[in-house]
Design a protein around this ligand. Structure first.
Ligand code: SF4
Ligand code: SF4
Length: 383
């Protein structure tokens, strides 16, 4: 199905519209009054790498906003995450890095490939795009099952490390429960980047994250901000507060966990950056807890918690968790391109499935997600 541009723009905006409203209200903040100082920066040690990284890092994403990235560097945020398969992300980031001290910045990027030669070639291309002769962390991107990490991929990581072009190696995954034992058993990984947020919850993630941390593996939390909405929090607790502080509370929630080395929120405005920055030094409060509780209930029908309990349930073979994640890139991160790029990687057969053809859905989500409705939205938006 193809969409006319106005229909596509309408769908793309969807849930993201209230979030955009929040950003603009935050943007009214006097940024001069938010000048930061080094005592607001809190470093954490990233597992056995020994790297001292700021608790709030930066997810460069597909479409980095250069002035926001530059401001983050000026403020002292030292951890930056990107990927070989994020379009021109590395190249755009390199423009911001020019003239800065390389050894003060921790750069992580990733390869989407599985073959040894391609992973090694990807690193060379990343170095070229980034304008540096080494990366601090070289990840295998999006490995959610051990079979997605063949022996030759591990051999490639070892070769990259041995060459000095990658100081440390890791993988990113959306379900650490399926990967933690494998990562520890191989003994070849220094770090793991994984999904972790108040919305996903402690229940699904804390055990695996602790296991990795205890084994000396540095853990980087991604998708830490689940931002929206037009919710009127004042009516909930009679305290004047803006929902724009939801991302701040969300990052504070993540940083409560001492096993987390850093976080990589995607940020598109200086106001958003300066708010998130506070998460390093401000305490997590009962007011934050209340806010996140309300936000969590509000997003319940729409936001997949990535518990993977519906894996293999759809008789047509749809990977519901993955598609709901692609949709979340648009609806919760304002990152349409990332969602679309992921959707396009599905087979033609899966891309042509239409959930509207089913009268009922075989998936009953225990977390209250309206799976069929959400998949239909993803299919309208991306297919
Ligand atoms: S749709 Fe529900 S069951 Fe499936 S992964 Fe998401 S939260 Fe879990
Ligand atoms: S609506 Fe049908 S095609 Fe879509 S996930 Fe449910 S069972 Fe699968």
């Amino acid at each position: 199905m193809s969409l006319n541009p106005s229909r596509r723009q309408f769908l793309q905006a969807g849930l993201a519209l209230p979030a955009a409203g929040l950003v603009s209200s935050s943007a009214k903040l006097d940024t001069a009054a938010l000048q930061t100082s080094s005592d607001k920066i809190v470093y954490r040690t990233l597992g056995k790498t020994g790297l001292k990284v700021t608790g709030v890092g930066y997810g460069i994403g597909f479409t980095p906003v250069t002035e926001v990235v530059a401001r983050a560097l000026d403020m002292g945020i030292n951890y930056y995450d990107t990927s070989r398969d994020y379009g021109d992300s590395e190249k755009i980031f390199s423009g911001v890095l020019k003239g800065r001290k390389r050894d003060k910045i921790v750069i992580a990027t990733k390869s989407p490939n599985r073959e040894k030669a391609k992973i090694i070639a990807d690193l060379d291309r990343s170095l070229q795009e980034l304008g540096t002769d080494y990366v601090d962390i070289w990840h295998l991107h999006a490995r959610d099952t051990p079979t997605s990490v063949p022996d030759e991929a591990i051999e490639a990581l070892e070769a990259c490390k041995k060459s000095g072009k990658a100081r440390f190696v890791g993988l990113s995954c959306h379900d650490p429960n399926r990967m933690a034992d494998f990562v520890i058993k191989t003994g070849k990984f220094d770090v793991v980047q994984t999904t972790y947020s108040y919305a996903i919850g402690s229940y699904y993630r804390d055990g695996a994250i602790k296991k990795l941390h205890d084994a000396g593996i540095g853990v980087i939390a991604m998708k830490v901000v689940v931002a929206l909405t037009g919710l009127n929090l004042k009516s909930f607790d009679n305290e004047p507060r803006t929902t724009g502080e939801g991302p701040l509370a969300g990052i504070k929630w993540v940083l409560k966990n001492p096993a987390i080395g850093t976080t990589v929120p995607f940020m598109t405005s200086i106001a958003e950056l300066e708010m998130n920055f506070r998460a390093m030094s401000e305490p997590y409060t009962p007011a934050d807890e209340k806010m996140l509780y309300v936000l969590n209930e509000q997003i319940r029908p729409d936001y997949c918690r990535m518990c993977y309990q519906c894996s293999g349930v759809c008789p047509k073979g749809l990977p519901a968790t993955d598609i709901l994640r692609y949709l979340a890139y648009n609806d919760y991160c304002g990152n349409y391109h990332q969602g679309l790029a992921n959707f396009k990687n599905l087979s033609q057969e899966l891309r042509s499935v239409r959930c509207s053809d089913c009268s009922t859905c075989a998936i009953e989500c225990p977390n209250g997600v309206h799976v069929r409705d959400r998949l239909m939205r993803a299919q309208d938006l991306f297919a």
